[in-house]
Design a protein around this ligand. Structure first.
Ligand SMILES: [Zn+2]
Ligand SMILES: [Zn+2]
Length: 187
């Protein structure tokens, strides 16, 4: 009789443990989703002179906040020079043209690459779209010498700037390929 009760007790303990393990696991998943992992947080600022650590590494848009609804393409050449030459943003969002509502929505999404660098959804969309169009026959990238070519004359909407095939973080340059390179961060 005792033996039977002991076994029943054991069985019950096991059920309780497995239920609470499951609950813990679900709770942890939720918490991980809500947080930017520690190592990713440190990578926001990699290689950039700008101390702002919460912007898209390619276009500089504030993460989550995105592009304002009433946005109009800037014509401020001083700003353009500062953003490109000083802050090293290859395709500053302030100078994008023909932005759609969908682009603005996308700009509020946050993605991080397997290399740990963080991009806004609009840039990821550009990168993916261009990669698909071009397939593997991408023209060799010309090196632009910012001192010789006036930044004022650069069309930053050119995919060469707005849809690079390598990560733009200094000292990274990883190829942005594969469907699972980027993962959305739910914030
Ligand atoms: Zn961006
Ligand atoms: Zn990277």
């Amino acid at each position: 009789m005792d033996e039977i009760r002991r076994r029943e007790q054991e069985e019950e303990d096991r059920r309780v443990r497995s239920r609470s393990n499951m609950a813990n696991k679900m709770k942890m998943t939720q918490e991980t989703k809500a947080l930017i992992p520690e190592e990713q947080r440190n990578m926001f600022s990699n290689g950039f002179s700008s101390k702002d650590t919460s912007v898209c590494i390619l276009c500089g848009v504030p993460l989550v906040e995105g592009i304002p609804d009433d946005f109009e393409t800037s014509t401020d050449m001083e700003l353009k020079r500062k953003l490109v030459v000083h802050d090293k943003f290859m395709s500053p969002w302030q100078f994008t043209k023909n932005l759609t509502t969908a682009d603005k929505d996308l700009s509020r999404k946050v993605f991080f690459g397997r290399c740990g660098h963080v991009y806004c959804g609009r840039c990821i969309n550009n990168i993916n779209r261009y990669a698909k169009q071009k397939g593997k026959s991408r023209p060799k990238k010309k090196k632009t010498d910012l001192d010789k070519v006036g930044v004022e004359h650069m069309d930053l909407n050119d995919p060469e700037y707005s849809a690079p095939n390598r990560c733009v973080a200094q000292d990274c340059k990883r190829l942005l390929t594969g469907n699972y390179f980027f993962r959305e961060l739910y914030v």
